[in-house]
Design a protein around this ligand. Structure first.
Ligand code: GLU
Length: 332
C-alpha cells in the first residue's frame, strides 16, 4: 500500500540552474523565487546546478557570486555544489562523462550524425529570416559521412565536426505546460536537426540539461519562458534516450518598459548592487513578490514569508516590467 502511494506520488524535485555568464539580476531572481516557492509549497526538494558549459561567456567568480546573492536573498537548496548530495557533482563542466554517455546512447541508435557546417554556412543557406531561437538547419550533412572520422577529414586541421540530432520529420511535439498551457511545435520545420555537441566532448546546453535533469530525478522544471521554444527539442531527446521527461512550467520574464530583456542600459538591476547599497533582502523579495501579484507595493517580506501566499493563478500572464516607479524606489 505504502509502495503504491509512493509510486503514484513521486516526491517533487525541482532545480535552480543559473549560468555563470553574468550576474544575478532581478529577472533571474524572480524566476528562482517562483521555482523555490513551487518546490517548497509542496514539501519538495531543490537541487542547485551550475550550468557553466558555455565557457567563453562565463565570467570568473560569477558562479560563487550567484550562490552568495541567492543565499543573501534567503534561498536554500538541498543539494548543490556547496551542499553536496547523491547526484554530485552539481557543476556541469564536471559532469561531461554523463553527456558523453548520452551522446553514445543516441549514436548507438543511429540518431546523431557528424556535421561540418560552420555557423556562417548555415546562415548563408537561410531562405527566410531565422527565428529568434536560432538558425534553421536544413540537414545538409545528414547521411553525408559514413562516420565521424570521415567528417573530420573533410575539415581543415584544427576544426572538428559537431554532432547533430536527427529530428523526426513532420512530427508536432505537444506538451502541456504548467503555466502556458497546451504547446506544440514541429521541430523539423522550425529548427531542423540541432547541435548536441560542438565536438566529441563538447556537449551543449540541450543535451546536458536533459541528461542532468533525468539523472538528478527532477520532476518539474520551472524556468523563464525564453526557454519555452527549446522544450520540444528536449522532449525529443528524452524520448530518444528512453527517459521519462519532467513536467515543465515556464514563467514570463522581467522586461524593460519597451518590453526588452533586461540589460545594463536599463539600470543596475544586479542583486549585488542592492546588497552593497545596504538594502535589506526583504525589500528585494517584496518587489519580486509584488511583480508576481503576491504582495502590495513596498511590502518587505522574507522568502518564507511569501510561501503561504504562493498562488500560480495570481501570477500575471504578461512579463513583469521594470517601471519608472520600480527604478526610482530601488535607486536604478
Ligand atoms: N542555465 C540556464 C539559464 O540560466 C537555464 C536552463 C534551464 O533552466 O533549463 O538560462
Amino acid at each position: 500500500m505504502m509502495l503504491a502511494m509512493f509510486a503514484s506520488h513521486p516526491i517533487y524535485r525541482g532545480r535552480l540552474a543559473p549560468s555563470p555568464t553574468g550576474v544575478l539580476h532581478l529577472g533571474n531572481a524572480r524566476t528562482f523565487l517562483i521555482a523555490w516557492l513551487r518546490a517548497r509549497s509542496q514539501g519538495g526538494a531543490l537541487v542547485m546546478r551550475m550550468e557553466d558549459l558555455d565557457h567563453p561567456k562565463n565570467k570568473p567568480g560569477a558562479a560563487d557570486a550567484a550562490l552568495e546573492d541567492l543565499r543573501w536573498l534567503g534561498f536554500d537548496w538541498d543539494e548543490g555544489p556547496d551542499a553536496g548530495g547523491p547526484h554530485a557533482p552539481y557543476i556541469q563542466t564536471a559532469r561531461t562523462a554523463f553527456y558523453a554517455r548520452a551522446l553514445e546512447a543516441l549514436s548507438a541508435k543511429g540518431l546523431v550524425y557528424p556535421c561540418v557546417c560552420s555557423r556562417r554556412d548555415v546562415e548563408a543557406g537561410q531562405s527566410a529570416p531565422h527565428t529568434e531561437d536560432g538558425l534553421f538547419y536544413p540537414g545538409t550533412c545528414r547521411g553525408r559521412f559514413p562516420d565521424y572520422d570521415a567528417a573530420r577529414r573533410a575539415l581543415p586541421p584544427g576544426r572538428l565536426p559537431a554532432w547533430r540530432f536527427r529530428v523526426p520529420e513532420g512530427e508536432t511535439v505537444r506538451f502541456e505546460d504548467g503555466f502556458c498551457g497546451a504547446c506544440a511545435q514541429d521541430v523539423s520545420a522550425l529548427i531542423g536537426d540541432f547541435v548536441l555537441a560542438r565536438d566529441p566532448h563538447g556537449a551543449g546546453y540541450m543535451l546536458a540539461v536533459v541528461a542532468d535533469d533525468a539523472e538528478m530525478g527532477i520532476t518539474e522544471v520551472v524556468r523563464g519562458d525564453d526557454l519555452l521554444p527549446a522544450t520540444p527539442r528536449q522532449l525529443l531527446l528524452y524520448r530518444a534516450l528512453g527517459l521519462t521527461p519532467p513536467a515543465f512550467l515556464h514563467v514570463p520574464l522581467v522586461v524593460s518598459e519597451e518590453g526588452r530583456r533586461l540589460a545594463k542600459r536599463h539600470g543596475d538591476t544586479r542583486i549585488r548592487a542592492f546588497r552593497e547599497a545596504g538594502m535589506p533582502p526583504e525589500k528585494v523579495i517584496g518587489l519580486l513578490a509584488w511583480w508576481c501579484g503576491w504582495a502590495a507595493w513596498g511590502e518587505c517580506l522574507t522568502l518564507r514569508g511569501v510561501l503561504p501566499r504562493f498562488d500560480l493563478s495570481a501570477l500575471p500572464r504578461r512579463p513583469a516590467v521594470l517601471t519608472p516607479q520600480v527604478k526610482r524606489e530601488f535607486g536604478m
